[in-house]
Design a protein around this ligand. Structure first.
Ligand SMILES: [Zn+2]
Length: 546
């Protein structure tokens, strides 16, 4: 699961106790016999989460070996190759991008004298994934949050003309919004698309005006991380996929004071209030910003296989089951271990995908087709799934749903399941019927503050208007404690490996649930639809859709 929504409160990290065992004792535990179906599932994770795979980071040879492994398993499961040119692999041209140098920024006020904005004191530029060189001179308009969501009373562009201008906004989201809505407002992306829609040429964030967290940037942290490499997928010219007006960088309050002059103290006070109240204000002058971004090609792959549907009419429609193949690679040593194996995140999701696919081999064919999709670069920001959603190997309009399997924590006997996003579409009742078949019910989202619905690969399908869910074993019974133990100790840590007490019989139950869910969606008379008035349905598949 993706952690880069930095505003999400990460669970406290407690010291990880690693059981002191001998190599022989560890091998005895690892290789203890299991019934065939459990052993088959465990075998995938033994390979994918082995130290030899070095944490399956994108761009590593080990990731490519892992992709070949999944292709081989899809072949064994009898799936039809749905990647490039008759193969299982879909090439994903990832690109790393980072800012080159400190750039330059200056403000020319009404009097005509230019004042430079000092790097790291007044202004810190941002890498532009869409261009090697960025140079802009334009007026600046402060638009408060810079958000537009009429159904939540947000309309920061009302009565202001930002065409040809740079929009300055304050980060974070207003209080009182549902967490996943608030999360979509937490990043710059919502501002960038609203700004572009209104004809602005760029956006800049203003830091440190709101309480830290919930997406309001801190200038120190922006400056500290400004030169970090980020990853997206590349367009034909080698620059990265990006949408909306470019994020040019972040102003500190001192920088904002230089730009807005005498208007600034009142704006800053308004922005700092609990209920933000700011009238759009145009600074008298122009801001000039120049920066350069370097790009580095990182070839990678998604792995795609299909069970063709049997129904003459419905067979062209497709249900997608997805999981991510990448993990975070090799990193800082924890208890002497530098390999972040990613057994639960998401080796076990990939294993579930393979085993669910195999079940169809011996069953009657589903009416709709089912695509099994192992994506790259989830940990880099849901990039492989975004590439697939933008370059689907079947028409996007024929994809009726994505059911995403990411990091199911299978260290306890689960008594319920959660389908994050299930209450937003007719998928909820469909999935509830399917999981009743393994004797469990669907529980509501137990951790709404984590905004899980927007944090894994299914969200890239949601953004294309496809009703989708993210499936997890639930918190009932021993679930809550088991989930908290994993999140505190081993989430994105070297100990997410096979020394964890994974219950493989629960893995088989999870596969069974996924098989039933895929079949139920594939065989239903109607394809899933968004519930009437659902926020994400309206945003991506309704009147507000791009
Ligand atoms: Zn993860």
């Amino acid at each position: 699961m993706f952690r880069s929504f930095a505003f999400l409160p990460l669970l406290a990290l407690s010291a990880t106790a690693v059981a002191e065992t001998t190599p022989a004792a560890r091998n005895a535990a690892l290789n203890a016999p299991l019934p065939a179906d459990q052993a088959a599932m465990k075998a995938h994770v033994m390979f994918l989460a082995s130290d030899a795979m070095k944490g399956r980071d994108v761009g590593s040879p080990e990731f490519d070996i892992a992709a070949q492994y999944v292709a081989a398993q899809f072949y064994a499961a009898g799936l039809k190759p749905m990647g490039d040119e008759g193969g299982y692999l879909q090439k994903v041209p990832l690109t790393g991008y980072k800012i080159a140098g400190e750039g330059s920024a200056s403000w020319t006020g009404a009097g005509g004298a230019a004042v430079s904005l000092a790097f790291g004191k007044d202004f810190t530029p941002a890498a532009n994934p869409a261009a090697k060189a960025t140079a802009l001179t334009a007026p600046v308009v402060f638009v408060g949050y810079g958000l537009e969501a009429p159904q939540y009373g947000l309309d920061d562009y009302a009565g202001v003309d930002v065409r040809g201008k740079i929009v300055a906004y304050v980060g974070g989201a207003p209080a009182g919004l549902p967490s996943e809505v608030s999360a979509t407002f937490g990043s710059a992306a919502a501002r960038q698309s609203a700004a572009a829609k209104h004809g602005a040429v760029g956006v800049i964030a203003i830091a440190d005006l709101r309480k830290a967290g919930r997406g309001a940037p801190s200038f120190a942290s922006v400056t500290k991380g400004y030169a970090a490499e980020r990853i997206t997928w590349a367009r034909a010219d080698g620059t990265g996929s990006a949408s909306g007006a470019p994020l040019l960088g972040t102003l500190s309050p001192a920088g904002a004071a230089k730009v807005f002059g005498r208007a600034w103290p009142a704006l800053a006070r308004g922005a700092a209030r609990k209920t933000l109240k700011v009238r759009p204000t145009t600074a008298a002058g122009t801001l000039s910003i120049a920066s350069a971004t370097n790009f580095r090609a990182i070839p990678s792959s998604n792995v795609v296989g299909m069970i063709p549907g049997s129904d003459p009419a419905l067979g062209k429609e497709t249900v997608v089951l997805s999981a991510h193949l990448d993990h975070v690679g090799v990193g800082a040593a924890v208890n002497g271990d530098t390999i972040y194996n990613g057994a639960l995140d998401d080796g076990i999701g990939i294993a579930s995908l393979i085993e669910a696919a195999k079940r169809f081999k011996t069953a009657t064919a589903p009416k709709r087709s089912i695509i099994f999709l192992a994506v790259t670069a989830e940990e880099k920001g849901l990039v492989g799934s975004d590439y697939f959603a933008n370059h689907p190997t079947v028409p996007i309009g024929d994809i009726v749903a994505d059911v995403n399997l990411d990091m199911p924590i299978l260290t306890y006997r689960f008594e319920d399941m959660v389908a994050f996003g299930g209450d937003r579409s007719t998928l909820g009742p469909i999935i509830a019927r399917a999981v009743a078949g393994i004797g469990v019910g669907l529980s509501p989202d137990p951790m709404p503050e984590q905004a899980i619905f927007v944090r894994s690969d299914h969200y890239r399908f949601v953004q294309k208007g496809v009703p989708s869910v993210f499936l997890w074993p639930g918190e009932k019974g021993p679930g809550k404690a088991a989930i908290e133990t994993f999140m505190s100790n081993c989430y994105h840590k070297p100990c997410d490996d096979l020394t964890q007490p994974i219950l493989w019989d629960q893995g088989v139950r999870f596969v069974d649930a996924n098989y039933r869910i895929a079949r139920e969606i594939a065989d239903a008379p109607q394809r899933p639809v968004w519930n009437k008035g659902d926020y994400f349905g309206l945003l991506f598949d309704g009147p507000m859709a791009p």
